[in-house]
Design a protein around this ligand. Structure first.
Ligand SMILES: [Zn+2]
Length: 340
């Protein structure tokens, strides 16, 4: 098959469109013809090399995959079935797995991290990771959905316990996680605000944000207090890290919850601990989500109530150009590779 692989870590030039061995059928697993694969920041970190993580080389990235089933070891899903893939891979045997907390699995992997991902014409995947989707959903949309909506769902619904009428502030509303969080908060009946670059404000509003604040030059902590009569946000959705942490803590209402799934600008943050206890704040970490959560989130996609925003589609062979676009932060929504 054709695949995009890197043989050593480095800048986007290390990505090679080349021949790679076909994945082989195995017990408990399916082979899927990849039709589309969406990019995530994780792909960039894999390519650059991650501290204390050794990736198998050559490596195929890609966590967000949609395609057609080629074969399934137990014949439980017919060939040709259109599927999206749950990007979290679990062992199924440890205590967290047995209690449905899949993303706490002691051997948890994200598709394309330790395993080969979707920058390829074919992929091998555990059968339980197949999520069939209806005919009215296209491959590009299906590929752009799983990781960001699963992440945003786990952050808002499970970790932060979002309730109707909560005020939610979503950082970087035009990012993959941002656009998912805005839509999920909106359909849950929350009041939603967001930050974005000035040129992305109109599109961020169109996703359902009541107001959008300048992410770079303004003080969104002051802005959110202004529009909430001095209270602040019940929930702040963080994934930016060092550059925004202090403002995000200040943006919280008393008793507010800050939930974070990433630190794209750096992972060293400081805070005044007096705010934490005196204002009874909660700081919540979140990582991926469970199989049950993705099925719930996907039902909203299938019903047309949420939809991933597509920024641009590139052919698989142009993966390096696509990754550069993500690296330069010019995108609004998901960048997707189309596989013929
Ligand atoms: Zn497990």
């Amino acid at each position: 098959m054709k695949a995009v692989r890197f043989h050593q870590h480095g800048d986007p030039d290390v990505l090679r469109y080349e021949d790679a061995p076909d994945p082989q059928p195995a017990s408990g697993r399916a082979i899927v013809h990849v039709r589309a694969c969406a990019l995530n920041h994780l792909d960039l970190w894999e390519r650059r090399g991650i501290e204390r993580v050794t990736l198998p080389l050559p490596h195929i990235s890609g966590s967000d995959v949609a395609g057609e089933v080629a074969s399934v070891s137990d014949a439980s899903v017919p060939p040709g079935t259109k599927v999206m893939l749950q990007p979290g891979v679990r062992c199924g045997e440890c205590t967290p797995c047995r209690s449905g907390r899949d993303n706490h699995c002691v051997r948890y992997d994200v598709l394309g991290l330790q395993s080969d991902g979707g920058y390829a014409e074919m992929i091998s995947i555990p059968i339980e990771n197949l999520i069939p989707f209806p005919a009215h959903v296209d491959f590009i949309t299906a590929a752009a959905f799983p990781l960001t909506f699963l992440t945003a769902w786990h952050m808002l619904m499970t970790r932060a316990g979002m309730r109707e009428h909560d005020t939610v502030l979503v950082l970087a509303g035009g990012s993959g996680v941002g656009q998912a969080a805005i839509q999920l908060a909106r359909v849950s009946g929350a009041r939603v605000f967001a930050t974005s670059a000035p040129d992305k404000m109109d599109r961020t509003r169109a996703l359902g944000a009541e107001d959008v604040f300048d992410h770079y030059t303004g003080d969104y902590a002051k802005e959110i207090k202004r529009v909430t009569g001095g209270r602040g946000a019940d929930i702040v959705v963080e994934h930016v890290g060092e550059a925004t942490w202090e403002r995000s803590v200040r943006a919280l209402a008393n008793g507010g919850r800050l939930v974070t799934c990433g630190a794209t600008t750096g992972h060293r943050a400081a805070m005044d601990l007096r705010h934490l206890f005196a204002r009874q704040l909660s700081l919540l970490g979140s990582y991926m989500g469970t199989f049950a959560e993705l099925r719930e989130a996907a039902s909203l996609l299938f019903a047309g109530r949420v939809r991933p925003v597509i920024d641009e589609v590139f052919p698989l062979a142009r993966a390096a150009v696509a990754q550069r676009r993500l690296e330069e932060k010019g995108q609004f929504g998901k960048i997707v590779l189309q596989v013929a």
